[in-house]
Write a protein that binds this ligand. Structure first.
Ligand code: TRP
Length: 443
């Protein structure tokens, strides 16, 4: 991996208008990272994710346009990176289904976003799943498909998304365990140096708190919003605390070290809040103004953005299509005349191990057989009155192997030609297989 390029991938859900928090926390660092020589970057508009959040078609379209224009205005070079719209890649929902089939449902039950909603419902006396769509529940799987589809190594995200990256690792492990090494295990990349942008009220800037400043508001609008930042009641001349000051933190998110130090002194010297706000406005506008022009030019030309996204989709599909073809083959979705797995590409298919077969006979009793990997009959049970008893006998053989035989003696028939060593070996092979059963989802 030393001289191999690191692949970065991140997405933005297209359900809102980009704000300064998105810019500082995601767009700005991503654009900077994409300019690094050793990076191979994938940025996408997560519009399938948007369907989970909103049922307003016009809003999704508008948000997709605004977010794409924002990234481009902020300096993202679509020639250098792969910049695409999620819904232009039909392999992503297909991979989502494959991953759905290897991920334990219990893992999704523990997802923060889902659990938070369930807790809220429980607290208010509503049904646990009230207002929870299956889309919200499945959200981490779709996100896993986004990441695994492009074999990303690093996923720059906020702390709230770490759990999702861990789930994506689980999905990749589960898939690889069953079908061979096809998927790359991603890591969350948490940039400690990324500035945090508080909102107008001092809490994290977030659409859900309604405390945002749009990234591309007009100068006048920006000035007005900044005037509304919550401050304390210290008047001009009184020294002010930088700790816990949203205004200071916002300034710091844009300013150089020297500029920040100067602002710190101004606080100590009792700068009037009005003057501090004017400084903040000028500082932010200095960075945003050149991009603002670019942004409006792009917004006026949606067809140009569409062309850029289509070119990105072509680049992305050049990777997603062959991978999906490989994965379809790996899981057994194949042309019927297809023989051996794609030479070299796919790990040899594991042969099935020894197995138990449970069945009911015409006498109304329940039986099981134990078959070797080659299908040879190794053990035959007598009839049990209930399927549960038969299953219990199987379970004890699976758990204890040959050690379970003495206790089951009266319920088993000897199979002519099968010696104890052969039976014991098959049982222990089954026993091992049983601890990592192929049908059991990962945890
Ligand atoms: N879930 C992310 C968010 O809400 C957006 C997202 C979707 C994403 N797919 C992704 C981020 C894949 C990183 C990688 O912010």
């Amino acid at each position: 991996m030393t001289n191999k390029k690191q692949r970065f991938l991140t997405g933005i859900t297209t359900s809102g208008t980009p704000h300064l928090g998105n810019y500082v926390g995601s767009i700005r660092p991503s654009v900077a990272a994409s300019q690094g020589a050793n990076a191979e970057s994938f940025y996408f508009l997560a519009d399938y994710h948007a369907l989970i959040k909103t049922g307003e078609p016009a809003r999704i379209q508008q948000s997709t346009l605004e977010i794409a224009a924002s990234w481009l205005a902020a300096g993202l070079d679509p020639e250098r990176v792969t910049f695409y719209r999620q819904s232009d890649i039909p392999q992503i929902p297909e991979l989502t289904w494959f991953l759905t089939c290897v991920l334990g449902k219990g893992i999704l039950n523990r997802a923060h976003a889902y659990k938070a909603q369930v807790d809220k419902n429980t607290a208010s006396g509503a049904e646990p799943d009230h207002d929870v769509t299956a889309g919200l529940f499945m959200y981490p799987v779709l996100m896993g498909a986004d990441i695994l589809m492009f074999k990303a190594h690093q996923v720059p995200v906020g702390r709230d998304q770490i759990q999702h990256i861990e789930m994506a690792r689980d999905m990749a492990k589960g898939f690889n365990h069953l079908y061979g090494e096809h998927l790359v295990l991603p890591e969350a990349l948490i940039e400690e140096s990324v500035a945090t942008m508080p909102g107008l009220d001092g809490r994290k800037m977030s659409k859900s708190y309604d405390n945002t400043i749009p990234l591309f508001s007009s100068r006048e609008q920006l000035k007005k919003l900044i005037a509304g930042i919550v401050t304390d009641s210290n008047g001009p001349g009184a020294a002010k605390q930088t700790d816990g000051s949203a205004l200071f933190q916002m300034y710091q998110a844009f300013a150089s070290v020297e500029e920040t130090a100067a602002m710190r002194r101004a606080y100590a010297d009792g700068i009037a809040w009005g003057d501090a706000k004017a400084m903040l406005f000028e500082r932010i506008d200095r960075d945003i103004a050149p991009m603002r022009e670019q942004y409006h030019a792009l917004m006026a030309n949606p067809e140009k953005i569409e062309d850029i996204l289509q070119a990105g989709a072509a680049k992305a599909t050049a990777l997603s299509q062959p991978l999906m073809q490989e994965l379809r083959h790996a899981v057994g979705l194949r042309k019927l005349q297809a023989g051996a797995p794609l030479a070299g590409k796919v790990k040899a298919v594991k042969t099935a191990g020894p197995s138990f077969k449970q069945y009911r006979e015409g006498d109304g009793l329940f039986y099981f057989k134990f078959l070797g990997a080659d299908g040879k009959l190794l053990m035959q049970s007598r009839g049990f009155v209930s399927p549960k008893e038969a299953a219990q006998a199987i379970a004890s053989l699976q758990q204890q192997g040959a050690d379970a035989l003495p206790a089951l003696q009266s319920q088993l028939d000897v199979v002519p030609g099968v010696e104890m060593p052969e039976l014991a070996a098959a049982l222990s092979a089954r026993h091992i297989d049983r601890q990592r059963p192929r049908h059991e989802p990962v945890r």
